[in-house]
Design a protein around this ligand. Structure first.
Ligand code: HEC
Ligand code: HEC
Length: 398
C-alpha cells in the first residue's frame, strides 16, 4: 500500500474529470476507451478511482509486505491488456488430488490449492508442488471492465436464472454459487472468479492482495504459502499482519482503493454493429449460446445513479456450468467440473481464451464446449460457412 501520498494526483484527476464531464455535457461523443471510468462519475468518485488506479498499478516490495510467497508484484502486472484493469498472460497455478471416484482433496486440511510462482527471499519460502499431486491447473486473469455493474446485479436475478435439475430440458443446468462473503458473513451469490468464488469486489481484491501478492489485510489476515511452516514464514517476512494498514491521511486501506478502481471502471464499448453483426446475434440465440451467455442482466435499485437499474450487456448468466472444461479444482461452491460462464463483453480485446488460456481463437473456445453446451457446439459445427462468418462477426463486435 502506498504510504506517501503522490502530490497533485487529486488536482490532475479533478481537471481530467471536468474535461470528461464537459465533453459529455457538450454532447460530443468521445469514444470511451478501455481503462476509462464509467461516464457520469462524480468528481469525488473520480478521485477515488484515480487513487485506486495508483494502488492497483503500484509495484510493491518486501518492505511493503510483498511475499513471502507471491505471484506478481502489483495487480497491474497481471491485469494490463489492453489497459490497466484488463486481462493478461501470466497464469496462476493450482494443484490438488483426485481419487478414482472423482473425490477431491486439496493440498492440506484447509483445502488450499494455490502454488505460488515466486518467493522472497527466493527459495526458502517457495511453495513446492508435491510430487504425488494428480491435478495441475492453470488460470488466466479475468478483465475487470464493468466489474462494478456486475457487482450490482442482485443475487435474486442470478438465483432466478439457475436450473440445477434442467427442468427446461435443454441440457443446460446452471447453478448459482452460494458462498459466505468474508467481509460481512452474509450468504451471497458469488459471481467473480472462474469458480464464482466471491460476490464482492472488496472480498476479491482482499483475497488477491493476500494470495497473489502476499499482502495480508483485514479480510485475509494470515500469510499463506503451501508447505511453508508459520515459523519459516515469519523468518521470510517479519512484518506484522495485517500488512495493509489504513493510510493516515485518507483513512483508506489498499483494499478499499482497489475496490473503488474496479467499481468505477467502465465496460468495454461495443465495436461497430452492422447488418452482418445483427444476423450473427440472431444465430447466437438460435443455436443456444444465449442459454448461458445471457445477453443482458439489470442492476438492482441503487442510490448511486451509476448503478441504479442499469442494463449490463455482459453476455453471461454468471452461473456455474459443466461444459467439459473443468479444471479439477473444487473451490468455494464450485465442483471440480464446474466453471462460471465468462462474460463475453470485451471479447475482441482479449486473448487467449478459456479459464486456462488454452484457446487461441474464438473457434477453438467454442470447439471445447461439451456436456451442458453440447447442443450449442453441434449447432455451431452445423452452420453454413456464411452463417458461421456472421456469428463470428457478431462475437468480434463484443
Ligand atoms: C499473478 C497474476 C495476478 C495478480 C498479481 C492479480 N490478479 Fe486478479 N486475477 C488473476 C487471475 C488468474 C484471476 C482468475 C482467478 C480465478 O478465478 O481463480 C484473476 C481474477 C481477478 C478478479 C475477478 C474478476 C471477475 O470479473 O471475475 C478480480 C476482481 C481481480 N482479479 C482483482 C485483482 C486485484 C485487486 C489484484 C491486486 C491486489 C489482482 N487481481 C492481482 C491474476 C492476477
Ligand atoms: C452450458 C453453458 C454454455 C453454453 C450453451 C455456451 N457457453 Fe460459451 N462458455 C461457457 C463456459 C462455462 C465457458 C468457460 C469455459 C472455460 O473457460 O473453461 C465458456 C466460454 C466461452 C468463450 C471463451 C470466453 C473467454 O473469455 O475465455 C466463448 C468465446 C464462448 N464461450 C462462446 C460461446 C458460443 C459462441 C456459444 C454458442 C455456440 C456458447 N459459448 C455456448 C458456457 C456456455
Amino acid at each position: 500500500m502506498k504510504r506517501h501520498h503522490r502530490i497533485g494526483t487529486g488536482a490532475v484527476a479533478w481537471a481530467a474529470c471536468v474535461l470528461l464531464v464537459s465533453l459529455v455535457g457538450a454532447g460530443q461523443t468521445r469514444e470511451l476507451r478501455p481503462g476509462d471510468p464509467l461516464p457520469g462519475i462524480t468528481p469525488v468518485e473520480f478521485s477515488e478511482f484515480r487513487l485506486g488506479l495508483d494502488d492497483f498499478s503500484e509495484v510493491e516490495n518486501a518492505e511493503e509486505g510483498l511475499g513471502p510467497a507471491f505471484n506478481g508484484t502489483s495487480c497491474a502486472v497481471c491485469h494490463n491488456v489492453p489497459s490497466i484493469g484488463g486481462s493478461g498472460v501470466i497464469l496462476e497455478v493450482r494443484a490438488a488430488y483426485r481419487d478414482e471416484n472423482g473425490g477431491f482433496r486439496g493440498l492440506n486440511s484447509a483445502g488450499d490449492s494455490l502454488i505460488h510462482l515466486f518467493s522472497i527471499p527466493a527459495h526458502s519460502c517457495q511453495p513446492i508442488m508435491p510430487d504425488d499431486v494428480t491435478v495441475v491447473a492453470h488460470r488466466a486473469p479475468i478483465p475487470l471492465f464493468g466489474a462494478g455493474l456486475v457487482e450490482a446485479i442482485p443475487d435474486d436475478t442470478l438465483l432466478a436464472l439457475e436450473d440445477p435439475f434442467d427442468r427446461t430440458g435443454d441440457g443446460v443446468s446452471g447453478r448459482a454459487a452460494v458462498i459466505t462473503d468474508v467481509a460481512t458473513g452474509d450468504r451471497r451469490v458469488g459471481r467473480f472468479g472462474w469458480k464464482a468464488q466471491h460476490a464482492t469486489l472488496l472480498a476479491f481484491g482482499a483475497d488477491a492482495y493476500r494470495n497473489e501478492m502476499g499482502i495480508t489485510n483485514d479480510l485475509f489476515p494470515r500469510e499463506s504459502a503451501f508447505g511453508v511452516s508459520a515459523e519459516q514464514m515469519r523468518l521470510c517476512d517479519s512484518m506484522p499482519d495485517p500488512e495493509d494498514v489504513r493510510n493516515p491521511t485518507t483513512r483508506r486501506r489498499g483494499i478499499d482503493n482497489f475496490e473503488a478502481f474496479m467499481r468505477f471502471l467502465a465496460p468495454v464499448t461495443r465495436g461497430p454493429i452492422n447488418e452482418v453483426v445483427r444476423d450473427g446475434e440472431r444465430i447466437f440465440h438460435a443455436i443456444g449460446c444465449a442459454a448461458c451467455h445471457v445477453p443482458a442482466l439489470t442492476t438492482g435499485p441503487s442510490v448511486n445513479p451509476l448503478f441504479n437499474r442499469k442494463t449490463v450487456a455482459l453476455f453471461a448468466d454468471l452461473l456455474l456450468h459443466d461444459i467439459g472444461t473443468g479444471d479439477g479444482i473444487q473451490q468455494a461452491a464450485a465442483a471440480p467440473e464446474e466453471i462460471r460462464t465468462p462474460a463475453l463483453w470485451g471479447l475482441r480485446v482479449r486473448r487467449p481464451l478459456l479459464h486456462d488460456a488454452s484457446a487461441a481463437t474464438i473457434e477453438d473456445a467454442i470447439g471445447r464446449h461439451q456436456r451442458e453446451a453440447e447442443l450449442a457446439r453441434r449447432g455451431f459445427l452445423q452452420l453454413s460457412p456464411s452463417d458461421r462468418g456472421r456469428l463470428l462477426a457478431f462475437l468480434r463486435s463484443l
